[in-house]
Design a protein around this ligand. Structure first.
Ligand SMILES: Nc1ncnc2c1ncn2[C@@H]1O[C@H](COP(=O)(O)OP(=O)(O)OP(=O)(O)O)[C@@H](O)[C@H]1O
Length: 627
């Protein structure tokens, strides 16, 4: 027999206090969701017990019919949500109802602005769960007994700084949550009101949600009756499910306040048999950028809930997808380890990935505006795709959107198909540039020749872009080519005449090039005549096989040692400044100017210099010469 402990008072973790405060103040216009959250927790508790009982049937004891019960006591001003699910031990109560165990919680709180409308949306994304009880309740009492245990505990709180915990007697396994309603929330004492909320949010739960059965005069209670249909939504025929039902179901599975952007419900038969119901949300969850965050896919086996966050069922670059998969083939006692390397899981994952990608491709085709909304929210995550998923690389590439010299906006709107469609007949490559910002990409001197010739260049400036481009080599048999790497060969786009002119210019400029080489020494890899510039005197580019500027920056930012890249210095013999410098007899002065040109070109490409003070000093000296 466990030792009976005295009542204890515990303080909430700081974040819980913050969450409670925010919730009470920003969710008052959406109070009813507390019931959805508590009923859904109760139903999860029943699901968890059903799963655990597969290997230990004694846990169900003589109480095998699992249910959730909701009732109101008008005299006491309370409503009670009970379940005979898995329950909680004392330790579990302290962790689950006293702290927030999600990783990145502190980050989340730092995003809150104090603006109620904005914060309430963020809280929606965070998932309010159990604590939402305090939106309507003055006090909350939780009485719980874990399955298989004999002791039980009571948790009590006013939602302020602390909660009380004491040992109690509880006859049945499971959890009762008793809410003493605030004066402005007494509408929830009405059974009809409760019933309508349950049918709205929880109709699809496979666990029966019961309410008191009233006699004909609607007065005395005669047992309990289920108020939800009790049929899991995804097991029904698509044609019988309304859009509203899909949307409400999404809110429950994804814990989102908003409607989904789109969804797909599939029954797959053949070598593997499963049903999937997958949603793409409208808004990004608050921790989308954390690659380790929870994946949103729940796994069921033959309608029995097995686990949340089934990472094996969806690739990481689709981690924004929410929903569930229900397998007819997996064993009920499946574990995460078994899922790891399993033919059935792989088939489900491949099938669902294809489904999501084709759903997005269809959206892009049918409703460009809505697709753009999706892209602006999740595009940067999808960009992880080509590296992670080679098999679907071409499809993912087709979904990418870029800023480009064709448009006058930093918004990424151009698809590769649109780019190819606009390509002049003789163009055989897809040209792009990666820089720190849209402006730096747009204004990079290396684009001058492309502008002059009317060749479109994709302008990339997100952190992930260099990584993306290192994995994308071609799209529809057109190779990608960075405009700041390697020797620029416009192939067929240059006619024989231009090529001849280039050769002549190079020949004629041989001597000056030698002078530049001597002046710059080992600061550069080589010096050559440029074919990319029309308006600028010089630029720097990397050799085809060297690490690009952006990749080097990324690696440096990640704390890795990066070998120093030597740039190729390209000069524009047509430029007046270059012509004047070349005409100088004084080698020392020539060298000063050559160095200034190199530093300028480095600034345009890298955005910073190793020794900026020296550049400024040199420039000042040359300016003095002119005044
Ligand atoms: N009725 C219940 N029976 C058993 N455990 C419960 C019950 N209600 C809550 N819990 C436990 O408390 C934890 C915290 O609940 P809470 O609703 O705050 O978060 P969650 O359900 O894990 O997350 P979210 O609601 O954001 O998806 C749950 O994960 C569960 O372990």
């Amino acid at each position: 027999m466990a030792e009976t402990r005295q009542a204890e008072t515990h303080g909430f973790q700081t974040e819980v206090k913050q969450l409670l405060h925010l919730m009470i103040h920003s969710l008052y216009s959406n109070k009813e969701i507390f019931l959805r959250e508590l009923v859904s927790n109760a139903s999860d508790a029943a699901d968890k017990l059903r799963f655990k009982a597969l290997s230990d049937s004694s846990l169900l004891a003589d109480d095998a019919e699992l249910y959730v019960r909701v009732s109101a006591d008008k005299d006491a001003g309370t409503i009670t949500i009970s379940d005979n699910g898995i329950g909680m031990t004392r330790d579990e109560v302290m962790t689950n109802l006293g702290t927030i165990a999600k990783s990145g919680t502190a980050d989340f709180f730092s995003q809150l602005s104090g603006d109620q409308a904005k914060d309430s949306r963020l809280i929606g994304q965070f998932g309010v769960g159990f604590y939402s009880a305090f939106i309507v309740a003055e006090t909350v009492t939780v009485r719980t007994r874990a399955a298989g245990a004999s002791e039980a505990v009571e948790w009590f709180s006013r939602g302020e700084g602390e909660y009380e915990l004491k040992d109690i007697e509880k006859v049945k396994r499971g959890t009762d949550i008793i809410l003493k309603l605030r004066d402005d929330a007494t509408e929830y004492l009405d059974e009809w009101r409760l019933k309508s909320i349950i049918t709205k949010y929880s109709d699809h739960l496979s666990i029966p949600v019961q309410m008191p059965k009233r006699d004909d005069d609607n007065n005395k209670q005669e047992g309990w009756e289920a108020v939800n249909s009790g049929q899991a939504l995804w097991t029904r025929e698509k044609s019988e499910i309304s859009d509203d039902e899909y949307k409400e179901f999404y809110k429950t599975v994804a814990h989102d306040f908003d409607e989904p952007l789109l969804w797909s419900h599939n029954k797959v038969e053949g070598t593997s048999e499963y049903t999937s119901l997958l949603y793409v949300p409208k808004r990004a969850p608050w921790d989308l950028w954390n690659r380790d965050n929870q994946h949103g896919i729940k796994l069921y086996v033959k309608r029995v809930f097995i686990m949340d966050d089934a990472t094996q069922l969806m690739p990481t670059y689709l981690r924004f997808v929410r929903g569930l998969m229900d397998s007819a083939d997996l064993p009920l006692n499946v574990s995460r380890e078994i899922l790891q390397d399993n033919k059935i899981t792989r088939a489900m994952r491949n099938g669902s990935t294809k489904k999501i990608l084709s759903m997005l491709s269809k959206l892009a085709k049918d409703d460009a505006e809505k697709y753009q909304e999706f892209w602006n929210t999740f595009g940067a995550v999808l960009k992880e795709g080509p590296a992670e998923d080679h098999a679907n690389q071409e499809t993912i590439a087709g979904l990418l959107r870029f800023a480009s010299t064709h448009e006058d906006t930093s918004e990424a709107k151009v698809s590769l198909d649109a780019y190819i469609e606009r390509m002049p007949e003789k163009q055989d490559k897809i040209y792009y540039i990666v820089a720190d910002s849209y402006e730096a990409a747009r204004d990079n001197p290396a684009l001058e020749i492309f502008r002059k010739k009317g060749i479109e260049v994709l302008l990339l400036s997100e952190r992930i872009d260099e990584w993306l481009m290192s994995h994308l080599t071609e799209y529809k048999e057109k190779p990608f080519q960075s405009v700041t790497r390697g020797d620029l060969d416009l192939g067929e786009l240059d006619d024989a005449e231009t090529k001849k002119e280039h050769e002549q210019a190079e020949k004629a400029f041989k001597k000056p090039l030698k002078r530049f080489e001597e002046a710059l020494g080992d600061k550069v890899k080589s010096v050559r005549v440029t074919h990319r510039l029309t308006d600028s005197p010089a630029c720097i580019v990397t050799d085809e096989n060297d690490m690009s500027t952006q990749m080097a920056k990324l690696m440096e930012a990640a704390g890795q040692k990066v070998p120093e890249t030597k740039y190729i210095f390209e000069v524009n013999p047509e430029h007046t400044l270059v012509q004047r410098i070349v005409a100088m007899d004084d080698d020392a002065r020539f060298s000063e100017w050559a160095n200034v040109l190199l530093d300028q070109a480095t600034l345009a490409e890298r955005g910073s210099l190793k020794d900026p003070a020296k550049f400024v000093a040199r420039l000042n000296k040359l300016m003095l010469d002119l005044t």
